[in-house]
Design a protein around this ligand. Sequence first.
Ligand code: ZN
Length: 196
Amino acid sequence: MFFPNHKKSYTVYTAGAGVLKQIAKPVAVVSDEIRTIAGEMFAAMRVFNGIGLAAPQYGHSLRMVVFDVPADSNTGTSGENALLPRMPLVVINPEIVAYSTEKNTREEGCLSVPEIYAPVERPVCVVFRAQTLDGEFIEAECGGLLGRCIQHELDHLDGKLFTDRLKPEVARAVRGDLERLKKIGQSSNYRRKSKR
Ligand code: ZN
């Protein structure tokens, strides 16, 4: 994988931006432009220290996600065993085809929701389908941090943020911070630039 790191700074869109509320379009053809966007998304994820970034967060309403979930988060599901050694990984047109009935609650954060962290309940395990940039078809049953990260990133493709999934009492607790973030975002067109 080629990682261009030639930009002076990278922009990630923050809560309130229109692109984060749209249903993203499928990637029809893996063109050079798509590869370039994927490479830039990797670089942006690195400079912002993320473990996942969805194309809408980078300003493109496309069904594409990059992941860089740490290998030491492995809880032993077959999908984590298969995919964690392949990080960083870009996937196109990902979907979740099954969810475990078992759920757990973990604190989440998001590069598009800086400095706000809150517990979110989600299924522990998902069956994930996607394609790589080379057209390889992936189907993987993923739990652990990867399973959670997949659910969080795929929500971005459907116009959802983790803050849309909070329990009412948690939502109440972060409402002020979230409103402040959106207000600050308004003055910068919801663009957050990396300092480099
Ligand atoms: Zn996010």
